[in-house]
Structures are given as structure tokens and as C-alpha cells.
Design a protein around this ligand. Structure first.
Ligand SMILES: [Mn+2]
Length: 432
């Protein structure tokens, strides 16, 4: 018989997802906490592991504790054990709750920053869990360096729980180097602190951040959920993502080339969003909100107007693509270029438009023109003057190493396209 262990981190109870109209219940992280506990109670997991920052320190701190405790009680009544470590947000509160006598099923490991080992048994099979908890808000030392012998039995699988900042160099959130997880007698390390799900090492040991189970902002795009660890009877630990977040943030690039007026541009944007969200809900159940940041791309005769059309009134757009699943658009950005038409033909002309077309063509083919060269030397002089100003000293090294000429040429090409687009727009019959 295998043992199923659900791992969740960085829930930040007390917070809600931004960018969603109204205050529907499912945008709050406590909705996802309920989903996680339901999932365990339905018998899909034997044990729940929490990797810290379960409670958010800055948002309605006391309000968050009620739902947490209700969840612990429901898990207790269902006979589900919880092992957890605290993070920088909940270093004090998780320990207080676990120390009380109400939840004998809940155990905080490594209180006070002292490593601790516990074990879980089911059907005569044992899994060990080692953990370390944040003793205070900021920890500048690497907790792995103080991981003494915990008496881990090599005959049984062992899981490590740690809230830490991997590969960050200096950090006040328990900086750890990824190489430090090996050789500790742990088969799988479940980490907390980083909200994006990441697998740092696939095996021997497995090292991963489950990420936030609930996507809280547009920065946390993509699928968010928990990780299910299955400890096979052979002792091998398998891992798979379990999507949980009712909210998903995505960025979508929509090409509007060939679209005519306002209605057409808007239809392209909304159709693309609805279509992509439709594909997404086939893969992931329980999505209540799909929130898009749209980037319109391509060529248009009037790029400025196209950007305005695509974005106007977008805050009111809402499409229910299936009962209970809504698509909304948070913002629209534009990288649409002016429609230039036949560059080759234009470049043969001796007009200003011809000169611009010639330059755009040349840069695209890695060549240059006297006009581009003159612009580049001016660009270089301006750029270096800015670069030498004291305000930019901190970023200077990075800039110095960059491909300056390439950067300048790309800038010149972009500006030539913009200019040429405007020039042609002025000459077009509709404007005369
Ligand atoms: Mn944290």
C-alpha cells in the first residue's frame, strides 16, 4: 500500500487575489484552504504537510486564524495528521496554535529553529518527516548548516520540510544553496517561501517548492496548487502537481494584423481570451476566474488607435465560459507596429519615406546605411552620457557588458518604423 501525502506551502491566509471585480468568495485564500482540507478529507491523502507562510502577517492577521483552526479541526475529525513548519510570516502564530491542546493531529516541527524528526505510520509502513521552523521574522543564516544528526532511519523514507530562500545569495529569509540538500538522509525536500512552483532537483533527493496553492497576483501566473507525494511500498517517492487555485493569471499575446476597426480589434482580443481559457478549463477543474493581461501584437494602419480600441472599457468585460468560470481582462498593452506595406518598393523612392524604408530593410538584414550610421553615433553619444551620470552608477556594469551597437540598431529600427508608419498615415487618402 502506498502512502499519499499532500504538500502545500505559502497559502497566506488573510490575502485575496487582486484584479477581480467585486469580492467573490473564491478569490480569498481561505477558499483554497477549504479546498485543500476537503481534498484530504475525501480520502485522497493520508497526511498533509505545510511548508510555512500559511498565515499572512500583513493582512487581517486575526481573521485568518479562524479558518485555519476550523480546517485543523475538520482534519482532526477525519483522522488526518498535519505536520508543518513555520515561515517568516507565521513564525509565532503556527507554534501557538500547535502548542494548544485542541489539535492533537497537528504538529509543528523544529520550533525555535531547532531541527526535529517525527514519523507517520500507516498499515505498518513508516514515513519520517524532519523539519525546521522560523524562530523569528528574519533569519540570515542557512538552517541546513545547523542540521545535526536527527537519527533518521535509512530503512524508511524521509521527507524534509523547510521554509527557505534557495539560491538567493544573501537573504533575510533563511538563505540556502541547492547543493546543501544532498547527503542529509532526506529523500524529498518540500520547501516554502517562493510562490512559483519549482522543482529544483528531480531525485536523490527530490527538492521542490510546491508554490502558492492560490494565485494571489498577476505576478503569480500559470497553474497553482499543491504537490501530491506518493510513497510507494518500495520506498520510492513519486510527485505530481494538484491544481487547487480557483484563480489563474495569464498573459496572452494577440496578433491583430489584418483587423479593421474598433469592433474587429476588440473581437480578436476577446475571442482569443475565451478560446485559450476554454482550453485551460478542460485541463484544470475548479477554475472560477481566468484573468488575462493581453498584449496586442502585429501590424496595424493606426497602432495608437488600435491600442485604445483594444483597451477601452475592458474593465467591464466579463465572459462566463461555463457555469462558474469567468474570463476577465485586467489590462491591455500594445506592441503593435505601424503597417508599412511593401518596404522593398518604398525603399526605391528618394523621399524621406524611402530613406526610412531603406534603413529598416538594411537593419533587418544586418546591414547598415549612412543614415543609420549617423543616427547610431548620435544614439551612442547620448546613451554614454546617460550611462555616466551618477544616478545610473548601480546598473552601469550590466549596461557596459550589453551589446551596445545591437541595442542601438534595434532602437533605431523601431523608431524608423514608427516614423514611417506616421508618415504613411499622413499621406494616406483617408486623411486628405
Ligand atoms: Mn516566506
Amino acid at each position: 500500500m502506498s502512502i499519499k501525502i499532500l504538500v502545500a506551502g505559502d497559502l497566506h491566509l488573510g490575502r485575496s487575489s487582486g484584479g477581480i471585480p467585486g469580492m467573490p468568495e473564491e478569490i480569498s485564500t481561505r477558499f483554497t484552504w477549504q479546498r485543500i482540507t476537503d481534498w484530504c478529507i475525501e480520502g485522497k491523502a493520508d497526511m498533509l504537510l505545510l511548508t510555512g507562510d500559511i498565515v499572512d502577517r500583513n493582512n487581517r492577521y486575526f481573521e485568518a486564524l479562524g479558518p485555519l483552526q476550523r480546517g485543523f479541526a475538520r482534519l482532526r475529525d477525519a483522522g488526518i495528521k498535519v505536520f508543518m513548519v513555520s515561515g517568516n510570516h507565521d513564525f509565532d502564530v503556527l507554534n501557538q496554535i500547535a502548542r494548544g491542546s485542541d489539535y492533537e493531529n497537528v504538529r509543528l516541527l523544529g520550533a525555535g529553529g531547532n531541527w526535529e524528526l517525527a514519523s507517520f505510520e500507516k498499515n505498518g509502513r513508516k514515513v519520517q518527516v524532519a523539519g525546521w521552523s522560523f524562530p523569528r521574522q528574519f533569519v540570515y543564516e542557512n538552517p541546513l548548516l545547523s542540521m545535526a544528526r536527527l537519527g533518521i532511519d535509512p530503512n524508511h523514507p524521509a521527507i524534509g520540510l523547510l521554509h527557505c530562500d534557495v539560491a538567493a545569495g544573501e537573504s533575510k529569509y533563511a538563505p540556502v544553496d541547492v547543493s546543501g540538500f544532498a547527503g542529509k538522509g532526506i529523500n524529498a525536500w518540500a520547501l516554502g517561501h517562493i510562490h512559483k512552483p519549482i522543482i529544483l532537483n528531480q531525485a536523490d533527493p527530490l527538492v521542490f517548492y510546491p508554490g502558492s496553492p492560490h494565485a494571489m497576483s498577476a505576478k503569480e501566473n500559470g497553474s497553482h496548487g499543491c504537490v501530491l507525494l506518493t510513497v510507494e511500498s518500495t520506498g520510492i517517492i513519486r510527485h505530481e502537481p494538484v491544481p487547487m487555485s480557483p484563480v489563474r493569471f495569464e498573459t496572452l499575446v494577440v496578433d491583430i494584423t489584418g483587423s479593421a476597426g474598433e469592433g474587429d480589434v476588440r473581437a480578436r482580443v476577446t475571442r482569443a481570451a475565451a478560446q485559450e481559457a476554454g482550453n485551460m478549463i478542460r485541463e484544470q477543474q475548479g477554475l472560477a476566474w481566468v484573468v488575462y493581461d493581453i498584449i496586442i501584437d502585429g501590424e496595424h494602419r493606426t497602432p495608437r488607435e488600435a491600442a485604445i480600441w483594444a483597451g477601452s472599457g475592458i474593465e467591464d468585460y466579463r465572459l462566463e465560459i461555463q457555469p462558474g468560470t469567468n474570463v476577465v481582462i485586467r489590462k491591455v498593452e500594445s506592441i503593435v507596429r505601424p503597417l508599412i506595406g511593401n518596404l522593398e518598393k518604398l525603399s526605391g523612392e528618394s523621399s524621406p519615406a524611402g530613406r526610412l524604408a531603406e534603413t529598416i530593410l538594411a537593419i533587418g538584414q544586418g546591414r547598415t546605411t549612412p543614415f543609420a550610421e549617423a543616427l547610431l553615433s548620435q544614439w551612442n553619444a547620448k546613451f554614454l552620457a546617460i550611462n555616466d551620470s551618477p544616478a545610473y552608477q548601480p546598473v552601469k556594469k550590466e549596461v557596459r557588458n550589453a551589446d551596445l551597437a545591437g541595442q542601438g540598431m534595434r532602437f533605431i529600427e523601431k523608431e524608423c518604423r514608427k516614423l514611417l508608419g506616421e508618415l504613411l498615415e499622413q499621406q494616406s487618402p483617408s486623411k486628405q
